[in-house]
Design a protein around this ligand. Structure first.
Ligand code: A2P
Length: 278
């Protein structure tokens, strides 16, 4: 496993497991158990995914030392709007059945995010409930607007071969943050007919290394220096997406994947979210 050192010295496993759009109950529980069995030690959930209970139960039942697992959750827009971030963390911890999370993120910079950030700073500085704090879906303007007692350790944003998002990645890194990428395989569209995972360039590279297109993409993200959070509900895919530590793409191959960029976002953009949560 590769680790990245965050700007507060905490180590984060570079390859994590995302659980967006997984149902509370056996779907999430099984997926997290399979992921932990396969070797993942980094799980990324959120209040709004509505599956924290199953994530926490799977971690507990895995028998793996809690300290070996890096767990992220996020405060949702309603609690940000309502100024309810401190209570939201306690509620997440209760659903998770844990006494701390490794990383707590502001999910979107919607109305009230500046106050939410100060609440995260307070909780980070004054309690043992969080080992690191960060942001998600922030641009340069939002980063400039938040209090500077604590620097965010990460910005979690979308990136995949059809949406490189290079500008925000470079900006975040320049600000001293690590970058986590969501929808790394193309998100919910990964299964569609225009799926990234049937792109001929990726399939050809897969043939060369005896890997799937998903494995090629995961490896590409890692070689870009990013923290990557692929997700799947299928055991074989969960296992194979983790099997990406035994090959290295050449510089030319990295550039071939970079060149697939269509600047096509799969998820929501900030303007939409702001409008929904004003
Ligand atoms: P499923 O849960 O049915 O496996 P992302 O990680 O970019 O958010 O998107 C993951 C999407 O791609 C999920 O919908 C997942 O669907 C699918 N997926 C994940 N891993 C693979 C894989 N190795 N091969 C094909 N599809 C995959």
């Amino acid at each position: 496993m590769n680790y990245i050192e965050l700007n507060n010295k905490v180590l984060i496993p570079q390859l994590g497991f995302g659980v967006f759009r997984m149902d509370e109950g056996s779907q999430t529980y099984d997926a997290v158990r399979w992921a932990l069995d396969a070797g993942y030690r980094h799980i990324d959930t959120a209040k709004v995914y509505d599956n924290e209970k199953s994530v926490g139960q799977a971690i507990k039942d895995s028998g793996i030392d809690r300290k070996e697992i890096f767990l992220t959750t996020k405060v949702w827009n309603k609690d940000i709007n309502d100024g309810n971030t401190k209570q939201a963390l306690d509620d997440s911890l209760e659903r998770l059945g844990l006494d701390y999370v490794d990383l707590y993120l502001i999910h979107w910079p919607v109305r009230g995010y500046e106050k939410a950030w100060m609440d995260l700073e307070d909780m980070y500085l004054e309690t043992n409930k969080i080992r690191a704090i960060g942001v998600s879906n922030f641009g340069a303007a939002e980063l400039a607007a938040i209090d500077k007692r604590v620097k965010p350790v990460v910005n979690q944003i979308e990136s995949n071969p059809y949406f490189l998002n290079q500008h925000d990645i470079a900006m975040s890194m320049k600000e001293g943050m690590a970058v986590e990428v969501y929808s790394p395989l193309g998100g919910s569209k990964a299964g569609g007919s225009d799926s990234i995972l049937v792109n001929p360039v990726l399939l050809e590279l897969g043939e060369k290394y005896n890997k799937s297109a998903a494995q090629i993409v995961a490896r590409w993200h890692m070689q870009r220096g990013l923290i990557v959070l692929p997700k799947s509900t299928h055991k074989e895919r969960i296992e194979s997406n983790f099997d990406v530590f035994d090959f290295t793409l050449t510089g030319k191959e990295m550039a071939m994947i970079d060149a697939l960029d269509q600047n096509r976002r799969t998820g929501r953009d900030l303007a939409y979210m702001r409008d929904q949560w004003k």
